[in-house]
Design a protein around this ligand. Sequence first.
Ligand code: BES
Ligand code: MN
Ligand code: ZN
Length: 463
Amino acid sequence: MKITVVDRRTGRKKCASVVFDEKIRENRFVVSNGKELLVIKAPKRADMTMRKWIILVRTIIQEAKKYNLKCIEIVWKDLVNFDNLDSELGQIFAEAVYMAHYEFRKYKTPPKEGFGDVAEVVVIAPKNTKTLKRQNIKKGITIATQVNFCRDLANTPGCDMTPARFVGAVRKAIKGTKIKMRVLDEKQMKRKKMHGVLAVGQGSKNQSRFIILEYIGANPRQKPVCLIGKGVTFDTGGIDTKPHPHALDMMMDMSGGAATVATIITVAKLKLKKNIVVLIPTVENMPGGSSFKPGDIVKMMDGTHVEIGHTDAEGRLILADALTYAKMYKPCTVIDVATLTGAAMVALGERASAIFTDDDDLAQKTLETAESVGDYAWRLPLWDEYSTEITGNVGDISNIRTKGQPGYGGAITAAVFLKHFAKEHKQWMHIDIAPTMTAVFDEQLAKGAKGSPVRLLVKLLEQ
Ligand code: BES
Ligand code: MN
Ligand code: ZN
């Protein structure tokens, strides 16, 4: 798939044109190959928003795929003939095109006639069009390619995505970049007392790993930003096993880890002058003879005694040790990204990640950035009062709520658990991406992993 910009119609016969139909009142695009093939409705001019525009561009690509159009030609002036659009449209356009075109095909035998791919999108725009700079398109493609790589990693089923295979996929992906990689195995983690990670992984025959990626794009003495990603390659729930169908999507429980990998690769490809560290504890949460159990006490890397109230609340345990490990970098900012709680989905549905931070400026900046890139987010509270709800009965703290009704405010409970281990960090934010793990039916994306919040993280780091 490629995007080509030309300044006048190519007149190529093989290319279907997407033209704005101005004759009728209702805004619509007509796609034609000489004859009218299909009609795509667009919002009224003044009703357009960036959110709707992204969906419109994706719809054009998805429809073109459905109709097996190999090439489509779009008149840029028509596509941007709306109010309320912002300026970096070229980048947003390229991201929408590439993300809409993506499908997870690793296990699909190609049909004889081939997949319905759009090979080329031709955009007709005068040279030096302000809203369509070539470098913006290029940047959009770089970002969307990594968003799609993140989706590939997350969509890969548990049988082919164990902690060791995850390590292999990351090693392969960073080839040719300036990113340095180190991996701790269980023996090394034991030496570092990372018992939170080890406890969760101890029921699986697939050994746990701890992935460390470093990108030095600025002065090496400059404090890095640390990204931490949840890397549970499959979450059965452990001894507190998930009932059907709740485990079905749990091959995507390493989506946070995948997003942080995709983000650091993007940063390296865009050659951003930033220092970034990525930490990914990666484990498989399985029931078995050697699994950790409800009631167990786990002495975490920082010495905290955690009482296991539920073996399905595993993400916070592995992230906690990563938050402790991160301290040695003295990072200016720490952001963890995790498909952490079903409760975040109960609170927000499937259209926004939940963000948690005590830093109001960072929260504000994140919400604005989320809106502008299309990785939507919403803030939930992290007040100290909530911290009193996880005090342990025997241990210091519990990995679930011990006061009042269990389960209430579960996304916040998980966040304050992490906060306990993030106290020493100057600036910390937790992003619960469980709500945005998979694409929603009307988002004009392939079913399965959505690749959030790669676009958000990249733009935050850019700023
Ligand atoms: N990985 C799950 C959360 C999840 C659920 C993500 C659905 C995406 C879709 C997490 O490890 C989990 O199981 N959380 C439990 C915690 C509970 C036992 C306190 C939950 O949310 O039910
Ligand atoms: Mn779980
Ligand atoms: Zn999980």
